[in-house]
Design a binder for this molecule. Structure first.
Ligand code: HEM
Ligand SMILES: [Cu+2]
Length: 603
């Protein structure tokens, strides 16, 4: 640990402390420093809790392992959603708001007591939500907690505490800016990064109010004080909160993008007015997108849905498209100015790819825009939404936006917050160099795995991918490495090139039995299996006995070729998911994998 800067007294006569950072020459208010440290620590703690839950639920959805029993799957899914999408991101954003409204403006923290109150409420709320979900078996209502699913009253109370705490912090952000302006800490308009954070803070204010409109009645309803609570009203308000909450994340992420580009390459925005206009577009139009969460809702008219999810929303998308051009352009200009002028892409080749802030920025932009943005805009249309609603394609979309995009950008930013605010040198710098690539690749696989599975009809929030084998045409998990189709396949077997002696009638060797999915299966798995190879028409009782019979090279080849080709074919023909697979579409023509009935009846 190396101390980078001493603490010195704040301006003459004032009792606050500040210090100068010798590296960035920024003034850091000591209240801000402590608030940022506290919020950042809570962000990382909740990220770790949610991350452990992520691993456990992912290992449960991987049918070969199917780790958790159903009840725990839903509880940890609830915990994962809360810790990741709410706690980690919001704590980090609060740290960002403290940073932006003081350090970046050369200003002091004008309301530290209020800020600590907000932080305390958020911490109690966040930890309470974890505790309730872990202790109360009924509080497995998942992220959107739709009424009439009822959780423990403390569950709703924890949401309320957290949200009010966040609202208080947002208010301190506005106070800081007003005071900084009055004290003449900055001249002219706000710097672009702070302007972006201001957008996020304005969005956060009405987001949190709408959250209160949904959750406060739910709290009274869970206490029995309110006898009924209209589910349609709940959903309406919940998404009035849930959707803009993602836009707060979006605006914060884009602000961090500008900050990262500035810190790693030294960009100056190509045209500040253009970038500011893009933020303003978010402010006015993005809330209309809320309606895309209600596209299959029977309580709302078609006209209402069409109006609220169409042109006005595209104006918000336009905002993102503007940033998507302006940031890379600024990067190119800055790198060319550094002398990397050779050829069309010389600047890109010579960019600081080993700098974690830069790689996090580029990967975040790429994954957010290409995977998250493209899937988001498509599922935001009513017709496509009808096909994919409540399939894994939805979590696939937001694991690309809020995980690969927002989380990765925040992670990249942390590498600079640590020396500046924590005043510590980074340890394991070479690990930091690789971290964005490892996380980015992992999230690419996770998102694509979910998207491709969803396209094939795999339901989200579903503990058993096979539906116990009773639904014709359900597709065993494809795509992605943790979606190991082979292992969950029961009605077919795969003939291995290298080990043809492992034919379907023999028990697979011990080493391969571990691929079998049956360790945690329920009794009803043995009931009627619909034999997909007979086109789903006849339902025959079949024995669940097909197991992986591939040696390792074939297994790897199968996974790579089969899944990629299958993914491609489904992307081209999404409607094909309605026709049960008869043969393996990927490798049929290669003749390496045969799919045959294993329909020996047992009873
Ligand atoms: C900050 C990062 C992350 C955020 C914000 C996030 C957010 C979410 C949310 C909101 C849900 C939906 C919860 C619900 O339906 O009630 C979810 C589900 C899920 N997430 Fe994440 N997640 C993150 C990271 C991860 C990672 C790293 C993995 C992989 C190891 C992962 C795997 C899953 C899985 C498997 C599901 C369940 C999908 C389903 O069964 O419907 N998540 N996540
Ligand atoms: Cu949305």
């Amino acid at each position: 640990m190396t101390s980078l800067a001493p603490t010195t007294a704040w301006i003459k006569g004032a009792k606050d402390d500040y210090r100068d950072c010798p590296v960035t020459t920024l003034k850091v208010d000591m209240h801000t420093e402590r608030l940022i440290i506290a919020n950042a620590v809570m962000a990382v703690v909740t990220l770790a809790l949610g991350g452990i839950a992520a691993l456990l639920i992912a290992l449960t959805r991987w049918q070969a392992i199917h780790l958790l029993p159903a009840a725990w799957f839903y509880r940890l899914l609830t915990l994962h959603g809360i810790d990741m999408l709410i706690a980690w991101i919001v704590f980090f954003e609060m740290a960002g708001l403290h940073f932006g409204s003081t350090v970046l403006l050369n200003a002091r923290h004008a309301a530290p007591k209020l800020a600590w109150t907000g932080f305390a409420m958020m911490t109690v709320g966040g930890l309470m939500a974890n505790a309730v979900v872990l202790i109360d078996p009924n509080s497995n209502v998942m992220f959107s907690a739709y009424v009439p699913l009822k959780a423990h009253p403390l569950f709703y109370l924890s949401y309320i505490l957290f949200a009010v705490g966040a609202l208080i912090t947002v208010i301190t952000f506005f106070i800081n800016i007003v005071v900084a302006k009055r004290e003449g800490r900055f001249s002219g308009s706000l710097p672009l990064v702070v302007f972006g954070l201001m957008t996020a803070a304005i969005l956060a204010t009405y987001t949190l109010l709408e959250g209160a409109a949904a959750i406060v009645p739910a709290f009274f309803w869970s206490l029995g004080i309110l006898k009924t609570y209209d589910p349609g009203i709940y959903r309406n308000f919940f998404w009035g909160f849930g959707h803009p909450a993602q836009q707060v994340n979006l605006a914060a992420m884009v602000s961090i993008w500008y900050a990262l580009a500035q810190m790693t390459v030294g960009i100056r925005p190509v045209n500040e007015k253009f970038s500011r206009l893009a933020f303003i577009l978010y402010l006015f139009f993005i809330n209309l997108g809320s309606a895309h969460h209600l596209l299959v809702d029977p309580g709302l008219s078609f006209a209402w849905k069409a109006v609220n999810t169409s042109y006005a929303m595209y104006l918000a998308v336009l905002g993102s498209m503007m940033h998507a051009f302006s940031i890379p352009a600024a990067l190119e200009i800055a790198l060319r100015a550094k002398g990397y002028r050779k050829g069309l892409f010389g600047w890109l080749r010579n960019a600081p790819w080993g700098e974690p802030g830069f790689s996090a920025l580029v990967l975040s932009m790429f994954l957010f825009g290409w995977i998250g943005g493209v899937t988001g805009v498509t599922i935001g249309t009513e017709q496509i939404n009808m096909l994919v609603h409540n399939t894994l394609r939805l979590p696939g979309h937001f694991h690309a936006t809020v995980v690969s995009g927002t989380t990765l950008a925040f992670m990249g930013f942390t590498y600079y917050v640590i020396p500046l605010i924590f005043r510590k040198e980074l340890k394991l710098k070479s690990w930091a160099k690789w971290q964005p690539y490892v996380f980015g690749t992992g999230m690419l696989l996770t998102s694509m795995g979910m998207i491709v599975s969803g396209l094939q009809g795999v339901a989200r929030r579903n503990w058993d991918i096979t539906f116990a084998g009773v639904v014709p045409g359900t597709v065993n998990l494809p795509g992605g490495l943790w979606h190991w189709r082979i292992a969950s396949s029961r009605r077919r077997h795969y003939v291995c090139d290298h080990r043809p002696h492992l034919d379907s009638h023999r028990t697979p060797p011990r080493s391969l039995q571990s691929f079998a999915p049956h360790r945690h299966t329920q009794p009803d798995h043995r009931f009627h299996k619909i034999d997909r190879s007979s086109n789903g028409r006849q339902a025959k009782p079949t024995q669940r006995r097909a197991r992986a019979r591939l040696c390792l090279p074939c297994l790897v080849r199968h996974l790579l070729l089969h899944e990629l080709v299958a993914a491609g074919s489904y992307l081209v023909h999404p409607l094909e998911r309605h026709s049960p697979l008869k043969t393996c579409p990927g490798l049929r023509h290669l003749g390496q994998v045969q799919i045959s009935k294993t329909g020996n009846s047992t009873k």
